[in-house]
Write a protein of this length. Structure first.
Length: 418
């Protein structure tokens, strides 16, 4: 009998405790007599609110996210082939669990809440390279009476780029930002058709020009479930470099070294000045290529045209040095000039073009001789073929080299630097 009384007392005690706890919970959540209207409203909204439950929870209730990424500043990292986007993110969605009648709360139509107080549609960068990968930080959000939530965080994304350095230092980069809601399928959370990537507020165009973005909404296979897909938003832009100090560092030497190389070929073959300029020209090419090694990024897949130009110009300058040494040795040769070569050289020297070039290039005696005999070219051919020495042959070879190298540089400039 005593045991039955003890059990009955325990049951009555526990029942009273549970009833008191339910009354206390009901009092704290629903029966609030004191405090401001805003305090009563927040207690009404968040007393039994669970931030871990998605709004409209259910297989047929999809939460739509309105997203706008407004780019304010960009910083390109050439070593990582990525661009740092400092952007304002405007995120809006509707939470049916957070609605109220403004007439019952002194016509309060909206309130400010913290992100960690409510459910938020966290989306993540699909290609993180550093920076923030989450969609929303712990920021303040605006909640309207209709349940519409709007947050405006400032987020920095490190976006990967596919770099094209063909026309470096005016390089082009295709950068793609990919965002996805990995924790939810596309039947639970998805991006609305109003999702945008906005560049109209980016005004710092002194170095980079951003093309109009290409926005795409699609779904990808979830790694958490083989039968589920999740939504992604992709925005692709082209970054084109406009102004750069590298132009003065690497483009100006192109003109200088080209002029120096052609000037060497214009100088008298066998002269000491020609050999000195050949050596200095070769050293200049080597120094520029050495500097280019540290200036050209290695993150791209294409070889810059300017590097190809300098490489070809280095080969040409080496040939100029070799040919200058060969021509100098040819001038010192004691062998007689072959007859077939004398005839060909004489035809070139006695032509109108040859006479004009001879006046400017050949020695004064040869020039005077050609000017005196210009009216009788045929007689010169018949009477003086044996007087031609190696100097005349070297002179003609020098002309041919000048025109050949000049044409080669012209083609290289058109093909590589335009």
């Amino acid at each position: 009998m005593t045991a039955l009384r003890l059990i009955a007392l325990i049951v009555v005690y526990v029942s009273g405790f549970v009833s008191a706890d339910e009354d206390l919970f009901s009092f704290n959540c629903k029966i609030i007599q004191d405090g401001t209207t805003l305090y009563k409203l927040k207690k009404h909204l968040f007393c039994d609110y669970d931030s871990g439950i998605r709004p409209g929870h259910g297989s047929k209730n999809i939460t739509y996210i309105d997203l706008a990424i407004i780019v304010k500043h960009i910083t390109f990292n050439k070593w990582k082939a990525s661009v740092e986007l400092n952007s304002w993110i405007i995120i809006e969605w509707k939470d049916p669990f957070l609605t109220w009648n403004p007439a019952e709360y002194d016509d309060i139509g909206s309130i400010i809440i913290r992100k960690n107080e409510i459910w938020t549609p966290d989306f993540y960068s699909m290609d993180p390279r550093g920076g923030s990968i989450s969609g929303i930080g712990n920021v303040s959000c605006k909640l309207k009476s209709t349940g519409k939530v709007a947050c405006v965080p400032l987020i920095k994304y490190d976006v990967p780029c596919v770099s094209d350095y063909t026309h470096w230092p005016w390089d082009v980069h295709n950068c793609t930002l990919r965002l996805g809601t990995l924790a939810y399928s596309d039947e639970e959370v998805t991006f609305s058709n109003d999702t945008l990537f906005v560049i109209d507020h980016y005004h710092d165009r002194t170095e980079w020009i951003i093309s109009r973005p290409v926005n795409r909404l699609k779904t990808e296979q979830s790694k958490l479930s083989s039968n589920a897909t999740f939504p992604t938003f992709t925005a692709s832009v082209l970054l084109t470099r406009t102004q750069t100090r590298l132009k003065n560092i690497f483009i100006s030497p192109v003109i200088i070294l080209t002029v120096v190389t052609l000037t060497i070929l214009w100088l008298r073959p066998g002269s000491t000045e020609r050999l000195v300029f050949c050596c200095l020209n070769l050293v200049g090419h080597l120094l520029i290529i050495r500097i280019l090694q540290w200036g050209v990024p290695f993150s791209g897949t294409s070889v810059p045209n300017i590097l190809v130009f300098y490489n070809n110009s280095l080969i040409l300058s080496s040939l100029v040095l070799i040919l200058s040494c060969w021509l100098q040795n040819l001038l010192k040769s004691k062998r007689e000039v072959p007859v077939w070569l004398v005839s060909q050289v004489s035809v070139i020297l006695t032509s109108k073009v040859g006479q004009v070039l001879s006046i400017n290039i050949m020695d004064p005696k040869g020039s005077a001789l050609l000017q005196d005999d210009a009216d009788d070219n045929s007689g010169l051919l018949d009477s003086q073929p044996k007087n031609y020495n190696w100097e005349d042959v070297v002179t003609v070879i020098g002309w041919l080299l000048l025109f050949t190298f000049g044409f080669t540089y012209f083609v290289m400039c058109l093909a590589l630097l335009t």
